[in-house]
Design a protein around this ligand. Structure first.
Ligand code: F6R
Length: 242
């Protein structure tokens, strides 16, 4: 696992964006796995800035997002489809029909999970998956206890995850209890993984990822078994770690 230490969130966002932009330029038809959440916002803003300045093209790029809340449609401002449209896709020349976010608003959510998994396979898998990390070690919405063999499926969100994400909603009660998430096995099949971590709040999680045992109690620990992982983290997330 390669660790890139940067000063702060601003640097992390610039660094992560440059990393992704370079890959996109090199492989203009690549399949990109994307994450939502506070950590990725700055990265996406820097990609938008680059698009304005340098016109890096995303026309040939296909994307798959990690997860989506169940019960929110794409127009709901807390849905991850809405997040991706308004934080990234609307500002690039990307073909929206090639951007995939699981649909959590449909009738047959179980079928949606299988269809999503199949679609990823049909595209030859994910070339590069961007990840954040939950304080409890979740990746995507694979909460502690998720099987390392898991595939795209419905998951019950941990209380700590709902509390952490309540900042985006009016009330804690509004945070959905269920989500669709790519599975751990799905994520692990990505050819390359880039995980972002910023701030003190992620310090314990990064410590456990780097120094703890590989266990389903701490989903991110499986990344130690992947051959091409880069962690981009800021000083606050890495304090006290070597
Ligand atoms: C979001 C996702 C989550 C987040 C994680 C960190 O699509 O898959 O695993 O990456 O919860 O969220 P932030 O960045 O808000 O701290």
């Amino acid at each position: 696992m390669k660790i890139i230490k940067v000063k702060d969130y601003e640097e992390l966002s610039k660094h992560a964006a440059s990393y992704l932009i370079e890959k996109v330029r090199k492989t203009p038809n690549m399949v990109l796995g994307l994450a939502t959440g506070g950590t990725s916002e700055g990265t996406y803003q820097n990609m938008i800035n680059d698009y304005k300045e340098n016109q890096t093209s995303y026309k040939g790029i296909t994307t798959f997002n990690l997860d989506e809340y169940i019960g929110l449609d794409g127009d709901n401002e807390n849905s991850y489809r809405f997040f991706m449209d308004t934080h990234l896709f609307n500002y690039l020349d990307i073909d929206k029909s090639k951007t995939h976010v699981p649909r959590g608003d449909g009738k047959d959510t179980l079928k949606e999970c299988d269809t999503y998994e199949l679609l990823i396979k049909e595209h030859g898998g994910i070339d590069l998956q961007l990840l954040g990390i939950g304080g409890n070690g979740h990746i995507g919405f694979n909460e502690p206890g998720s099987s390392f063999q898991s595939r795209t499926r419905i998951i019950e969100l941990a209380d700590s995850t709902r509390q952490a994400n309540a900042r985006f909603f009016e009330r804690l009660e509004d945070v959905p209890a269920l989500a669709i998430t790519m599975g751990i096995a799905t994520i692990m099949e990505s050819k390359e993984i880039v995980l972002l971590a910023s701030g003190e709040g992620k310090r314990e999680a990064i410590k456990r990822l780097l120094h703890g045992e590989v266990s389903e109690d701490f989903p991110a620990s499986i990344l130690n078994k992947h051959s091409h992982v880069t962690i981009i983290a800021d000083e606050a997330a890495l304090t006290g770690l070597n």
